[in-house]
Write a protein that binds this ligand. Structure first.
Ligand code: PXG
Length: 466
């Protein structure tokens, strides 16, 4: 059977189950259940093959920052596809969109970032980070500085280096990861690691001190870099206390190790700043980006290379033996330029900072009164709600549900069934809606969330779990 667009949903599902291995999926379980076929999108809404409209509170997969259907991006891709759909940048050639985007990124990035290395995705960007960091120390005559410190429950991608940098132990368990020279410290998640009576600020400093302890354990002369997401996205929107990152910066400076900010999710306005490191007040040496750079219309990623590394790499490096077929893909770069121009023209970063971000934060604060909600917090236009069995009372911390009850998935089911796409990470329900979202759409989102929380509560009560 060769597919035509006249197939029924059931036929599409059957073909999907027969041939398509989905990422991070139990193939057999999904085949039994059937996938949802998404057919079109506009602004912040999606439609499936059955005609259901869905509020996309996850921006696709944290990436559609300007929302769907933006003509400027479509026009940029079309024009570039017609004039020059592809040419590489390996053998002393280049293309105009790649040059223009490199220049534009140097203007938008924090001071001291003049260079970019392009990749096709965030994972490839983080592979580039590992190569760059190790090359840097080799060139400085310190090849023993090989170890990169990351954090448990971090997500840095799915390639061998990306998954190794990431701190997802279930990923490590499949395929002998992490690769050598990558170690992890605990995440700055107060719910998991905070002590009774400890202030968030004190916790932030204590969590940062785990980096210093790890540096001393590995040996300060053997550590190459620390990598972290400003806010952990896939880990469940873990927003660190404001004291965390400045202390991480101080420790990196003290031991001379490189600081890497993985901004694949936090970059390009998500936190109400162009980059998350600006929100949290630190100055990285390298920045990984992807997703929002093109609003996901077409794949593109890369690394912004700060002057400390760029100078050594350029002046002393000779040939850097690294690159991808699609490094600086002209169509992707043309779309990125149109996307960044749109973000600027519409003042989306400022809007998140001044208007929709604080508005969403206030709505989330009110949500904390819901019986199922332990904490509800946001950073710019990303947010998380922790579902709990009993709310905190006085000195008593909130009581979590049993992990095997998978209440996040129960809640996610009610969301999907009622026109709302939220992601569940354990018991954390998370959102990262498009930056074009209006206040009226924040209200619409909050009404949907409340409705789905009520349905989840009733469901859990019926099961005798609440
Ligand atoms: N770094 C970070 C911080 C990410 O969030 C990557 C790197 C890898 O990017 P690519 O383009 O190679 O996927 C990511 C990707 C989820 C989810 O379920 C999150 C990501 C990817 C897929 C699923 O939240 N983030």
């Amino acid at each position: 059977m060769s597919p035509t667009f006249e197939h029924s949903t059931a036929e599409w599902q059957a073909l999907d189950a027969a041939h398509f291995l989905h990422p991070f999926t139990d193939f057999k379980a999904l085949a039994a259940k059937g996938t949802r076929v998404i057919t079109k999108a506009d602004n912040i809404y999606l439609w499936d093959s059955e005609g259901h409209k869905l509020f996309d509170a996850m921006s696709g997969l944290w990436c559609v920052n300007v929302g769907y259907g933006q003509q400027a991006l479509i026009d940029a891709a079309t024009a570039q596809l017609k004039t020059l759909p592809f040419y590489n940048s390996f053998f002393q050639t280049t293309t105009m969109p790649a040059i223009a985007l490199a220049h534009k990124l140097s203007q938008l990035s924090p001071p001291g970032f003049e260079h970019v290395f392009f990749s096709g995705s965030g994972s490839e960007g983080n592979d580039t980070i590992v190569r760059l960091v190790r090359r840097y120390w080799d060139l400085l005559g310190q090849p023993q500085r090989h170890t990169i410190i990351s954090r448990f429950n971090a997500y840095h991608g799915s390639t061998m280096a990306g998954a190794s940098l990431g701190g997802m132990t279930d990923m490590h368990a499949q395929g002998g990861l992490p690769i050598p020279g990558i170690v992890h410290i605990d995440q700055p998640y107060y719910v998991q690691h905070g002590r009774p009576g400890e202030s968030k600020d004190d916790f932030g400093k204590r969590a940062a001190s785990w980096l210093e302890a790890k540096i001393l354990e590995v040996g300060p002369d053997k550590v190459a870099a620390f990598i972290g997401e400003p806010v952990q996205g896939a880990g469940g929107v873990i927003i660190p206390p404001d004291t965390y990152w400045p202390e991480i910066q101080r420790i990196c400076d003290q031991y001379g190790i490189l600081l890497v900010s993985d901004e694949v999710i936090c970059g390009f306005g998500r936190t109400g700043h162009w980059f998350g490191c600006e929100r949290f007040g630190y100055k990285p040496d390298l920045i990984t980006f992807a997703k929002g750079v093109t609003s996901g219309y077409i794949p593109l990623g890369g690394v912004l290379v700060g002057e400390r590394v760029a100078k050594v790499l350029i002046e002393q490096g000779g040939e850097f033996a690294h690159g991808y077929t699609y490094s600086g893909h002209p169509v992707a770069c043309a779309v990125a330029l149109a996307n960044l121009q749109l973000i600027e023209e519409q003042g989306l970063v400022q809007r998140v900072h001044d208007d929709t971000g604080p508005y969403l934060a206030a709505q989330f604060a009110a949500l904390a009164a819901h019986p199922l909600v332990g904490e509800a917090e946001t950073c710019g236009l990303m947010g998380a709600i922790r579902l709990v069995r009993r709310k905190a009372q006085g000195d008593q911390p909130a009581e979590a549900f049993a992990a095997d009850q998978s209440v996040g998935m129960v809640c996610r089911g009610h969301c999907f069934g009622n026109g709302l796409i939220m992601r569940a990470v354990g018991d954390r329900m998370i959102i990262a809606p498009p930056l074009v979202m209006t206040r009226a759409q924040v209200d619409e989102l909050m009404a949907l969330i409340r409705h789905c929380l009520d349905l989840t509560l009733a469901d859990l009560q019926e099961r005798g779990w609440y």
